[in-house]
Design a binder for this molecule. Structure first.
Ligand code: PLP
Length: 385
């Protein structure tokens, strides 16, 4: 069997060698607790401080605006709940988001409703972009926080975050963006783009699972989710994960340094794949194609097939893709993202997400472009037999 092909980089990425190398000393001799005053502690403190500075500099932020978290999910929860809880008593009781967010944001929004807040979901255009009229109606003086993801993890659609952030600010609404899939794909600069909060996750950019960060602009109201010590100035108590912070810093720097070339490379591969698939399967639908998209995700539905069977057939031939976000695989409910964009249930139930990244080569694309149409043909023959 030929080498397996990993087309699931939006689910997770391999840890980069440079990242592992940077982390290893902190699993060995440099094991100190950053809160300790002795030399081991001072050494660990210096490593966390340096990592904070380096991650912050990749997004044009100041080090004190960067809070390390255990993952992207925690960063998203902290942004939505932390801001809403700190503003709820000021007459701003609503939290606004989109129906196509990752569950890390949608779950936090449900919690807002559970705690007595007003949960508001924006209307969407069929293309995958936020509906402007709905934004103007819901992001108003009763809203505490608005969260709109920069790049969608299922279809790759890229929102106009600079414009949305500016409009939220004009109305006094704190603006958060989930940039977990955007980091390394769009230019992020806190100095020129008026978002107040921004989430990133290590394992999408070559660092290990279990580390993330939340950018919190100076002056943003924020209640902590955790209670305990005074680490991170009380914003996020708990002994810092020194090795992971160091790993995230290395991964973030490498990712940003390679961003321009890698985006060009992935965009060309994605375009070639889509063109080849559409040529051989003319009735295939590529979701989000009418909107600006990040270069690493394509999501395709072929009428008359279903994603589970296709995924299994692909897997048997060594190709790893997903049906939507990884958190949903294993369940056959259609993607909440596609449903929210008005994609009919049968088409949503046929969606296959292919996500490209460091492991994707020209040869991978050539092979999938040949294999996928053949599997589709077989699935369709079986369905009509
Ligand atoms: N937000 C988006 C857009 C994601 O794609 C993911 C992961 O799939 C997350 C948040 C959650 O990140 P983590 O897995 O680090 O909790």
């Amino acid at each position: 069997m030929p080498e397996p092909i990993y087309l699931d980089h939006a689910a997770t990425t391999p840890v980069r060698e440079e990242v592992l190398e940077a982390m290893l000393p902190f699993f060995g001799p440099r094991f100190g607790n950053p809160s300790s005053l002795h030399r081991w502690g001072r050494e660990a403190r210096a490593a966390v401080d340096e990592a904070r500075e380096r991650v912050a500099s990749t997004i044009g932020a100041r080090p004190d605006e960067l809070c390390f978290t255990s993952c992207g999910t925690e960063a998203d929860n902290m942004a939505v709940l932390g801001v809403w809880r700190s503003r709820r008593d000021t007459g701003r009781n609503a939290a606004v988001s989109t129906p196509i967010e990752h569950k890390a944001v949608l779950g936090a929004l449900h919690e807002v409703a559970h705690e007595g807040g007003d949960e508001r979901l924006l209307g969407m255009q069929a293309s995958g972009l936020v509906d402007d009229a709905s934004f103007d109606a819901l992001v108003n003086d009763a809203a505490a926080v608005c969260s709109v993801m920069w790049v969608n993890n299922e279809i790759g659609v890229m929102q106009d975050v600079p414009s949305l952030a500016r409009r939220a600010r004009e109305r006094g609404v704190v603006f958060h963006t989930d940039a977990v899939q955007a980091f390394g794909k769009v230019t992020i600069d806190a100095a020129t783009t008026p978002f107040d909060l921004l989430s990133i996750s290590g394992h999408k950019i070559g660092a290990p699972k279990g580390i993330g960060a939340l950018y919190i602009r100076r002056g943003t109201p924020m209640s902590p989710l955790l209670f305990g010590g005074s680490q991170d100035r009380g914003r996020r108590p708990g002994t810092e994960n020194v090795a992971m912070a160091v790993g995230l810093a290395r991964a973030a720097e490498l990712t940003v340094a390679e961003q321009a070339d890698e985006c060009r490379r992935l965009g060309a591969l994605r375009d070639r794949l889509e063109a080849a698939l559409l040529e051989r399967i003319p009735d295939a639908v590529i979701h989000g194609r009418g909107a600006p998209r990040a270069p690493h995700v394509t999501n395709i539905s072929v009428p008359g097939t279903d994603s589970e069977a296709l995924l299994m057939a692909l897997d048997l031939r060594g190709v790893a893709c997903s049906a939507g976000s990884a958190c949903q695989s294993g369940s056959i409910t259609p993607s909440h993202v596609l449903s929210a964009l008005g994609v009919p249930a049968d088409l949503a139930g046929a969606a296959i997400r292919m996500s490209l990244g460091s492991l994707t080569t020209d040869a991978c694309i050539t092979r999938v472009a040949e294999l996928f149409p053949a599997l589709v043909e077989k699935a369709r023959r079986l369905a009509t037999a």
